[in-house]
Ligand binder design. Structure first.
Ligand code: SF4
Ligand code: SF4
Length: 379
């Protein structure tokens, strides 16, 4: 057994009730009978943090059993959800008052529902949030995936989260097998970056050290949107892992194709984690140039290389009243001055309009996904 506690993400299902514009996972769902079982979850190592995600995790009606099992090996659990299944979320939180819930809301009402493709999606997500606040659930937050269509909603959403005393998590568009997507891209980088810049300033103004570090994360998001190398090294697969609904253990969810270190259904944790196959994946991580900046890979790096974000925070807090300016990133200045073009920045991104996306499904599930797509078309 690995001595050190790890940071793990458990993808309990690839099924999803939403139809997000930046993610095609709903078109390539897992089959319920294939999805990770309690027996496989029992084999996971000790973790200091576990994120449960999907698809939409609350589609699984045995999620309470999964959380119960995971709490035996994890110090902290946070579930990412679109917030639609209010009753299931409330019921789970009643049983596990210590679990964290992050509801993704992609903008104010109209923007959210347009992006999410769920009728009443905003209403459902927001009312779930309100109910959790009313029941005084201690660890609730919401997150948004920043893109051209919702950049204007960042400030109002941050204000709502602040008033409700919640965490506000941000991400931006990524392409990978996990999202079954290769065409995501930010088109108006300066406009989107300016909205994030405002958020960075709001976060830096607060009295919460946690928010100051979130400001650094958002500074890194601007850097990512401009297609630059990560501000911090990526150490996924070294002390962090993802496991998919099939029991395949992977370094992360950002790779173009699914990278498999081993399978926990058929192997023990020690066997797969210490295998030559796992080491080969680690070698690929060392060479990876996708420069993702998602909380799953940035947060462990921010803890590991704490002196770098801490120094950034200190410098900005010591500026005493002087605002954060995204022009501290050289690429922002270069773009504005014409030293680098939009086409050059597009080429630095992971967007590939000609890519055939690998959805990471085994053959049997691919067959079922194709059948269900066909039956949707026939309706
Ligand atoms: S982003 Fe999340 S909620 Fe949206 S389709 Fe993908 S898995 Fe579902
Ligand atoms: S940069 Fe890191 S998180 Fe992103 S694909 Fe590469 S290894 Fe994965």
């Amino acid at each position: 057994m690995a001595d050190k506690k790890l940071n793990g993400t458990v993808i309990v299902t690839y099924r999803c009730n939403a139809r997000c514009s930046m993610c095609n996972r709903y078109k390539a769902p897992s089959r319920p009978e294939d999805e990770i079982s309690l027996e496989t979850i029992e084999k996971l190592p000790s973790m200091y943090f576990t994120n449960i995600t999907g698809g939409e995790p609350f589609i699984r009606t045995d999620l309470n059993d999964i959380v119960r099992e995971l709490f035996k090996k994890s110090d902290r659990i946070v579930i990412s959800t679109n917030g639609f299944f209010t009753d299931r979320i409330i019921e789970l939180c009643e049983e596990f008052p210590q679990v964290g819930i992050r509801i993704s809301i992609e903008g104010l009402r109209q923007t959210n529902d347009d992006i999410r493709g769920l009728e009443n999606g905003f209403e459902r997500g927001y009312s779930t949030l309100k109910k959790l606040v009313e029941m005084k659930h201690p660890d609730v937050g919401f997150g948004m995936t920043i893109q051209d269509r919702n950049a204007a909603d960042i400030a109002p959403l941050y204000r709502i989260s602040d008033e409700m005393g919640m965490e506000f998590a941000t991400a931006s568009l990524h392409n990978s097998f996990y999202f079954v997507e290769a065409k995501n891209i930010i088109n108006d980088r300066p406009m989107v970056a300016r909205s994030i810049e405002d958020l960075v300033n709001e976060l830096l103004k607060s009295n919460s050290p946690k928010k100051w570090f979130r400001a650094y994360f958002n500074h890194g998001l601007i850097n990512y949107i401009y297609g630059q190398p990560r501000l911090l090294p990526c150490d996924m697969a070294f002390d962090t892992f993802f496991i998919d609904p099939y029991g395949d253990v992977m370094p992360c969810n950002g790779t173009e194709d699914k990278e498999v270190m081993g399978n926990l259904k058929t192997q023990s944790w020690d066997e797969l984690w210490n295998s030559p196959q796992a080491d080969a994946v680690r070698a690929k991580v060392r060479r990876c140039d996708r420069a993702c900046w998602m909380i799953g890979s940035a947060s462990p790096a921010m803890h590991k290389y704490i002196w770098k974000p801490a120094w950034w925070v200190l410098r900005h807090k010591l500026k005493l009243g002087k605002k954060y300016d995204m022009h501290e990133l050289k690429v922002v200045r270069d773009y504005e001055e014409g030293g680098v073009t939009k086409e050059q920045l597009d080429a630095c991104s992971t967007c590939n309009t000609h890519a055939a996306v690998n959805d990471g499904l085994p053959e049997a599930s691919k067959y079922d996904a194709a059948l269900s797509k066909q039956s949707r078309r026939c309706k």
